[in-house]
Design a protein around this ligand. Structure first.
Ligand code: F6R
Length: 368
């Protein structure tokens, strides 16, 4: 049951450290090499793959957008991400050497199922990332990585999403290992960092009260924007989706660099804007995010920043600040999405909505 929580969704948000740990369990051999034993595509065939197309819907699609950043970086295989409902209607280019990755928590989503049937008919290989054992999508795929999140009952996906990210990271690292695009030591180091994530997610959850205070403050908001860059961009999209579906508020996510190409016209006095701040690194993403924040603040928006622990540079620009443990850029979505889940859950609760059964939505969408 709900273990003392008011909603299954809130319970599932708090289960994420365990769900992520379960998804990481027994993925490597004694020698440290990664093994994904449900992958029934030979290593020779995986070495021939020249293109990856990730297909999914909704939150699972946003997991796919994060996957693109990681998979291309680690494997150097071109990776596209496409909405399942669009995929087969555009005459996609598929060959025997295309690996189609279908991400579906339920394994029953009709749009995704039809897309993999189409892909297999064109002789592409299909690998499913799925949370429901024995469901239709993994049954009809050449290979499957199960996410081991346990049953997800809340209609809005939370632990399903985090464990999809884990499966995508593992797939990317596994392909890098098989193809030799990364050294074993480097892969082992990233796997070790992945193994620290449950405790970092717990740290973020321990600060839930701060996020709930924000939800009280913005309970009457009519519009909320979310900005991100790099792997933080899909997180912005996911934060907006959660708020739309649970709180029925107008919410939109943007790539922070796109702001000046249009969306900045939406900024007005008092508008809350969540900013997923990239970790400071060798690239200039962090500084560019700061200039984006200056632009929105100059027009009266309130900048609610999610930034890593020791990021002092952000402090003067942030109207509100939610701290995240310091991790590498590609893994940050596992942490930065959590406050956005909590915000949507709490704000919808305060507005008196049924968080587990949002209006007009179903847990698995079995019509196209
Ligand atoms: C949002 C949500 C949906 C699903 C989408 C795909 O919180 O849950 O957007 O992510 O319907 O569902 P699956 O992953 O079951 O194919």
């Amino acid at each position: 049951e709900k273990d003392g929580f008011d909603w299954f969704m809130r319970k599932e948000i708090f289960e994420q450290p365990d769900a992520v740990a379960a998804s990481l369990l027994s993925r490597h051999t004694a020698t440290g090499a990664l093994q994904l034993d449900e992958v029934r595509i030979s290593e020779d065939d995986l070495r021939e793959v020249d293109k990856i197309i990730v297909i999914a819907c909704g939150t699972s699609f946003y997991a796919g957008l994060v996957a693109k950043y990681a998979i291309e970086h680690w494997t150097r295989i071109p990776c596209e991400v496409e909405l399942a409902s669009e995929f087969r209607y555009r005459d996609p280019i598929l060959t025997r050497d295309t690996l189609v990755v279908a991400i579906s928590q339920s394994g029953e989503t009709a749009d995704t199922l039809m897309a993999i049937r189409y892909a297999r008919a064109q002789r592409a290989k299909v690998l499913a990332i799925c949370n429901s054992n024995g469901s239709t999508i993994p049954r009809e795929s050449d290979a499957v990585i199960y996410t081991h999140a346990g049953p997800e009952i809340g209609v809005a996906s939370t632990k399903g999403y985090l464990t999809q990210l884990i499966a995508c990271y593992l797939l990317g690292l596994y392909l890098a290992q098989v193809r030799g695009t990364r050294f074993g030591d480097e892969i082992a180091m990233i796997v070790r960092e992945l193994e620290t994530m449950p405790q970092h997610i717990q740290t973020v959850l321990d600060n839930a009260e701060e996020v709930y205070a924000l939800a009280r403050e913005y309970v009457d908001a009519t519009s909320v924007l979310f900005l991100g860059r790099h792997a933080g961009y899909p997180v912005a999209l996911e934060g907006a989706l959660k708020l739309k579906e649970l709180a029925y508020i107008h919410a939109e996510g943007f790539a922070a660099g796109e702001l000046k190409h249009g969306p900045i016209a939406l900024i007005e006095d008092g508008l809350p804007v969540f900013c997923v701040v990239p970790p400071r690194g060798r690239d200039q993403l962090h500084d560019k995010m700061i200039s984006g924040i200056q632009e929105i603040k100059a027009r009266g928006a309130t900048a609610i920043c999610l930034a890593e622990d020791d990021d002092d540079e952000i402090t003067p620009y942030a109207d509100r600040l939610i701290r995240l443990p310091k991790v590498s850029t590609l893994l940050q979505p596992l942490l930065s999405v959590v406050p956005l889940q909590l915000f949507a859950c709490e704000l919808a609760t305060l507005r008196g909505h049924d968080v587990d059964q949002p209006r007009n939505l179903a847990k698995s969408v079995t019509v196209e």
